[in-house]
Design a protein around this ligand. Structure first.
Ligand code: GLN
Ligand code: ZN
Length: 767
């Protein structure tokens, strides 16, 4: 590779916000509880920003991001920046900006929060902007300007990062009371002057470059939307008093949007070379490269935790040198989506630990690659050699390759994924076996995770109680949960999942090939962080995982107790997956491990088994052209998990989040007998969607929205059931809440389930 004399800059688009010991979570939650005052919260936040910038600079980055920090969510910050505060929160924001901000995020006693939804196909949730024809935007650049000035004062070369206007509008939804077909993108002309003003303010405050994130452009976009992007960057690029503009894309390939952006007068583009990198190179060549522009190459995966392949990245970067004026090195997206520091993990096998790169390690990788690109590979010879050795250790490791697992996966046939009888025949057998009434009542699995349970787990970890003592506490809880369900008159019972810390981690801890982290926290939303397990090697199940608890529960009651498992797609979606084999291969291994559990549950006398797949819809690829391939392996893995049971064993599945319309076919392909779905907030709309697509199986659209402590009245639940009956015949309609009850308290759980059973009885009597 020819060394490039021009300076190559290393940078990232964002960094984990929480701090080494989740200081931000503690400070924000402390503020909510009144234990931390606003000044102390601000000081904690400023300290975290300082420390992040220092870490980035020490790792060899030349340009640090600013404005990516957030007390809760960067899309909500953007809503504040453009003055799009919903009317119902106006007074609160006016009275106190910080309290008003948190009110928008979390709601108050009498004001609903903004809706929360997933940020593209990640597990990060943003607060959905609410816009309407009457929305008036007004620039408020204070947060962005202040954080830029902070970084500049510390001597950093800083680049503010904003959510771009096109993505902001495409992520928005019509405000309450506004016609549902209102298109926020029609507000673009009103929004652009506000962005221009913010850009001018940042320029005046000393920004040379400003980054505008437009990840929405890696999704399928209509000509109107592409035109909006063209107009946006022609206009913002045409302003006189503007900083240099870097438009960033990530999570996929820009496709048509690349040509559109390349023609605008922006000064640089950032592209993701980890998602379909080769295709992106072709696209770039096809538009004639980016002459006169800066190209920021995301070659280090910002969403997964594996070390980079330096040689491969340098080859990509080398090709890019011929295609743009200046090539810089970055992670593919903000490092918000990975944990902070792999070095903090003491419990991970050292052989595996050397394959891991969290945010800190990735930053160092970016620095090394920039050096290699600028000065030639000779300058990073030692790093290259170490990287080669680490990669070889991984590809040659026996930890990642279990011949027995591979042989079993290779021997899977179509028949393994097919139940022995079609649904119609199974339904008859199950009716005879289970003897349930019409409109059977059930719950989704978990019951309130009480503080007693958390204390028991902490006691076990701290050695204050032994395994037997812990087991007694779990059994007590199971008996109590069952007694309540029997007394209330539910038809299909659950054991309540008291033994599970988390629906994915609980299984990952018991499966070979998966590992849990100790400090690998990743922001899910606001102050909620999760620790996704790492799927590092071939997956198998050394011994039964849930059978003991389920059979214990079944022994307490004559009513059927559902066995409860997390499905293969959700296990993958909420973990860091291995990147050295296709996802479908990992899903198949996971499915076979879970299949063993399903079969063992059946053999132990469980007649109803639920395999949860709440993530099936959310990991749908961003581009429609990739849906079919994804759904093929996703549904196959579910069928493989459940295909081995008898016709009279009833397989349930469960999914949350609305908008199932586009995957009804796939839901049908799962060949489950019963599906429970979130529906209460959308007034049973999913029941209509299932009916419209001729869904032939049993379904339980939720009649209790479990996301708030509010108790639905019997009349309200009955009305929802009658609505459900308009779409689904009584023989196929189930009665259940929207989702599991682990986040609920006992008082509302008791009252709501009593009402739900009463509603089922009331509507049954009308049949
Ligand atoms: N069975 C799980 C529970 O009830 C399902 C959770 C989910 O859908 N996210 O908690
Ligand atoms: Zn759910």
């Amino acid at each position: 590779m020819t060394p490039k004399p021009a300076a190559v800059r290393a940078t990232v688009y964002g960094y984990p916000r929480q701090g080494e010991n989740r200081e931000l979570k503690k400070a924000v939650e402390g503020y909510w509880k009144g234990r931390v005052d606003a000044d102390a919260l601000r000081e904690t936040a400023a300290g975290l920003r300082r420390s992040n910038w220092r870490q980035l600079t020490e790792a060899g980055l030349h340009e640090v991001p600013t404005g990516d920090f957030s007390y809760y969510d960067h899309v909500l910050d953007t809503t504040v920046m453009v003055g799009a505060v919903p009317a119902r929160h106006g007074a609160a924001v006016e009275a106190d900006a910080l309290d008003g901000y948190f009110a928008m995020a979390r709601g108050t006693q009498d004001t609903a929060p903004l809706e929360m939804t997933k940020w593209f196909d990640t597990n990060y949730h943003y607060l959905v902007p609410e816009l309407g024809p009457d929305t008036v935007f007004a620039a408020d650049s204070r947060k962005q300007v202040a954080e830029l000035k902070e970084a500049l004062a510390l001597g950093h070369c800083a680049r503010p990062v904003l959510v771009g206007p096109v993505t902001y509008l495409l992520l928005a939804k019509p405000a309450p009371g506004v016609a549902q077909d209102f298109e926020p993108l029609t507000l673009l002309d009103r929004l652009l002057p506000v962005y221009a003003e913010v850009l001018a303010d940042l320029r005046a405050a000393g920004a040379e470059w400003v980054q505008l994130d437009e990840p929405a452009l890696v999704q399928d976009r209509t000509p109107i939307e592409l035109d909006a992007a063209a107009r946006t960057y022609r206009e913002l690029g045409g302003a006189a008093d503007r900083p240099k503009l870097l438009v960033a894309s990530y999570f996929g390939r820009l496709g048509d949007a690349l040509g559109v952006l390349a023609k605008t007068p922006v000064d640089g583009l950032a592209l993701d070379f980890t998602a379909s990198g080769a295709a992106h190179l072709e696209d770039l060549a096809a538009v004639g490269g980016l002459p006169g522009k800066r190209l920021v190459a995301g070659v280090v995966n910002g969403r997964n935790i594996w070390i980079n392949d330096y040689q491969k990245s340098l080859a990509t970067l080398g090709t890019l040198l011929g295609l743009a004026d200046q090539v810089d090195v970055a992670a593919s997206c903000s490092l918000l989506h990975v944990p902070l520091d792999a070095a903090a993990e003491r419990g991970i096998d050292p052989e595996i630990a050397r394959w891991l790169a969290f945010a800190r390690q990735k930053t160092a990788e970016i620095g090394v690659l920039a050096r290699g690109l600028a000065q030639g590979t000779g300058a990073i010879a030692a790093e290259l050699a170490a990287n080669r050795a680490d990669l070889a250790s991984r590809s040659g490791s026996t930890l990642t390759r279990d011949p027995a697992v591979r042989a079993r996966a290779a021997a899977v046939t179509d028949a393994d994924g097919r139940r022995s009888q079609p649904y119609a025949v199974r339904a008859v057998a199950q009716r005879a076996q289970l003897g349930l009434p019409l409109l059977p009542t059930t719950t989704i699995g978990s019951f309130p995770q009480t503080s007693e349970l958390r204390v028991a787990r902490a006691d076990l970890r701290a050695g204050r109680i032994d395994a037997a003592g812990y087991e007694e506490r779990i059994k007590d809880e199971i008996r109590e949960v069952l007694a309540f369900q029997e007394k209330t008159g539910l038809d299909v019972l659950v054991h309540g999942e008291p033994e599970r810390n988390d629906m994915v981690q609980y299984f990952a801890e018991q499966l070979t090939g998966c590992l849990a982290t100790q400090h690998g926290w990743v922001q899910s939303y606001g102050t909620r962080y999760v620790r996704p397990p790492i799927l590092a090697g071939d997956i198998s199940r050394p011994q039964p995982m849930t059978v003991r608890w389920t059979t214990y529960a079944q022994a307490q009651t004559p009513k059927p107790v559902k066995g409860m498992l997390t499905g293969p797609v959700t296990m993958l979606a909420w973990s860091f997956v291995r990147d050295d084999q296709p996802l479908g291969d990992t899903a198949r291994q996971m499915a076979l491990a879970l299949r063993d559990e399903v079969n063992d549950l059946e053999a132990a006398g469980t007649s109803v088994i639920q395999v949860d797949e709440p993530a099936l819809r959310e990991t749908l690829p961003l581009r429609a052209a990739e849906h079919a391939a994804y759904l093929a392996w996703a549904t196959e893995s579910f069928r493989l998990t459940t295909g081995g049971v008898r016709p009279d064993t009833q397989v349930h599945t469960h999914m949350c989040y609305a908008e199932f319309g586009d995957i009804v076919r796939a839901i049908d392909d799962l060949d489950a007998d019963v599906i429970s779905l979130e529906a209460a907030r959308s007034h049973m709309q999913v029941a209509d969607e299932l009916a419209e697509h001729g869904y032939p199986r049993e379904a339980g659209p939720g009649v209790w929205d479990i996301h708030s402590p509010r108790v639905p009245g019997t009349g309200e639940a009955a009305a929802l059931l009658r609505k459900g009956l308009e779409a689904i015949p009584a023989e196929r309609l189930w009665v259940n809440p929207d989702c599991g009850l682990k986040t609920r308290g006992w008082p509302e759980t008791r009252a709501s389930l009593e009402n739900l059973v009463a509603a089922a009885r009331e509507v049954r009597a009308e049949l």
